[in-house]
Write a protein that binds this ligand. Structure first.
Ligand SMILES: Cc1cc2nc3c(=O)[nH]c(=O)nc-3n(C[C@H](O)[C@H](O)[C@H](O)COP(=O)(O)OP(=O)(O)OC[C@H]3O[C@@H](n4cnc5c(N)ncnc54)[C@H](O)[C@@H]3O)c2cc1C
Ligand code: FES
Length: 296
C-alpha cells in the first residue's frame, strides 16, 4: 500500500493540485487531481482519503479513473465537505491525499461480468469495467439514477462495456424503474458469472437479492463512515458473514450475500445531526467565499 499525505515543499507543505474540475450532472462533480504516486499504484476498486485543508474532515472517495499522473474522483455534493469540494477549480490545491487505499477489486477471467452502478456509485464502474475487459471478460453495464439529470458516465461506460443498459426511477431515460429490474432481465437472457453492485446501501441491498436468488457470486463496495482509512480508528466497522470487518482494510468490496446492510445503514446515520449543523454553517457564509477561506 502506498500512502501519500501532505507533500513537503522547500519552505512549506504543498498540496495536491486540481488540474480539472467540472460539474457532470445535478450535484455531481468530477475532479482530476495531480497525485503521481497514487496514480502509479492505483487499481480498480481502491479509494482515496482526502482532506481539503488543515481544518477539513477526511472523506473517502473512490478512484474513478487514472490518466498519467492524474487521478479522477467523482462525487455527489451531499454535505459540508463535498459541497466545499465542489467549489474547487483548476489550480486550487487539496491539502492531503492518502491512497490508494483498500483492497483492489478481485478481477479474474470469469466469463460474463455485469457491473451495476447506482447514482454517484456509477463513478466506480468504468475502472472496474475496464479491468474486467482487460482480463478477457464479456462485460455488461447497467447504470441507474433517479432521473436523467443525475446520470453520469453513460458515454464512458458505453465505450467500455460490450453492452450497456440505462434505468431511471422516473423513466426520463432508458428503462422506467430500477437497475435491479434490468439485472433480472439480463440474468434471464444470459446468466452472468460475476456481478458487481455499487451505489447507495439500500440499492445494493435490494439489487443483491436478485443475484442471491439466482446463486450468482456478487460483490458490493461498502460505504460506511471512514476516518483514517487505514484500519486504526474502527469507524468503518461492518458486519459480513456475522463477523466484524473493517471496510477500509478488509474491503471496501465484500460478498454481497453476506453483508448485514441494515447495520450498515443504521451506522451511516450516526452523525446526522452534526452533519446537518456543519452544512448549515458552511452554507451560511455571506462573504462569497463559499466557505473556502474560513469554514470552521
Ligand atoms: C470507500 C468509500 C468510497 C466512497 N466513494 C465515493 C465516491 O466515489 N463518490 C461519492 O460521491 N461518495 C463516495 N463515498 C461517500 C462519501 O465519502 C461521502 O458522501 C462524504 O464523506 C460525505 O461527506 P460530507 O461532509 O459532504 O457530508 P456529510 O453531511 O458529512 O455526510 C453525508 C452522509 O455521507 C456519509 N459520510 C459522512 N462522512 C463520511 C465519511 N467520513 N466517510 C464515509 N461516509 C461519510 C454519511 O452517510 C452521511 O450521512 C465513499 C464512501 C466510502 C466509504
Ligand atoms: S476508517 Fe478507520 S478503521 Fe477503517
Amino acid at each position: 500500500m502506498t500512502l501519500h499525505f501532505s507533500r513537503q515543499g522547500e519552505d512549506e507543505i504543498v498540496g495536491y493540485r486540481v488540474k480539472e474540475a467540472s460539474p457532470m450532472a445535478e450535484r455531481i462533480y468530477q475532479i482530476w487531481i495531480e497525485a503521481p504516486h497514487v496514480a502509479r499504484n492505483a487499481r480498480a476498486g481502491q479509494f482515496l482519503v482526502i482532506r481539503i485543508d488543515e481544518k477539513g474532515e477526511r472523506i473517502p472517495l473512490t478512484i474513478s479513473a487514472v490518466k498519467g499522473d492524474l487521478v479522477r474522483v467523482i462525487f455527489m455534493a451531499v454535505g459540508k465537505t463535498t459541497y466545499q469540494l465542489a467549489t474547487l477549480v483548476a489550480g486550487d490545491e487539496i491539502r492531503d491525499v492518502a491512497g490508494p487505499l483498500g483492497k483492489p477489486s478481485e478481477i479474474g477471467h470469469f466469463g460474463h461480468c455485469v457491473i451495476v452502478g447506482g447514482g454517484a456509485g456509477i463513478a466506480c464502474c468504468p475502472i472496474i469495467a475496464r479491468a474486467a475487459k482487460a482480463a478477457g471478460n464479456r462485460v455488461t453495464g447497467i447504470i441507474g439514477a433517479r432521473s436523467a439529470g443525475f446520470l453520469i458516465l453513460e458515454e464512458e461506460m458505453g465505450e467500455t462495456c460490450d453492452e450497456l443498459f440505462v434505468a431511471t426511477d422516473d423513466g426520463t431515460k432508458g428503462h422506467h424503474g430500477f437497475a435491479a429490474d434490468v439485472l433480472k432481465q439480463v440474468i434471464g437472457k444470459e446468466r452472468p458469472d460475476r456481478v458487481w453492485i455499487i451505489g447507495p446501501a439500500i440499492m445494493m441491498k435490494v439489487t443483491s437479492e436478485v443475484t442471491r436468488a439466482a446463486g450468482i457470486p456478487t460483490l458490493v463496495s461498502l460505504n460506511p463512515i471512514m476516518v483514517d482509512g487505514t484500519g486504526m480508528c474502527g469507524s468503518c466497522r461492518v458486519v459480513v458473514g456475522g463477523e466484524t470487518r473493517f471496510a477500509c482494510v478488509d474491503g471496501p468490496e465484500f460478498d454481497a450475500h453476506k453483508v448485514d446492510f441494515d447495520t450498515l445503514m443504521a451506522r451511516q446515520k450516526t452523525y446526522l445531526e452534526e452533519e446537518k449543523l456543519a452544512l448549515e454553517r458552511f452554507s451560511s457564509h455571506r462573504c462569497g467565499c463559499g466557505g473556502r477561506d474560513h469554514h470552521g
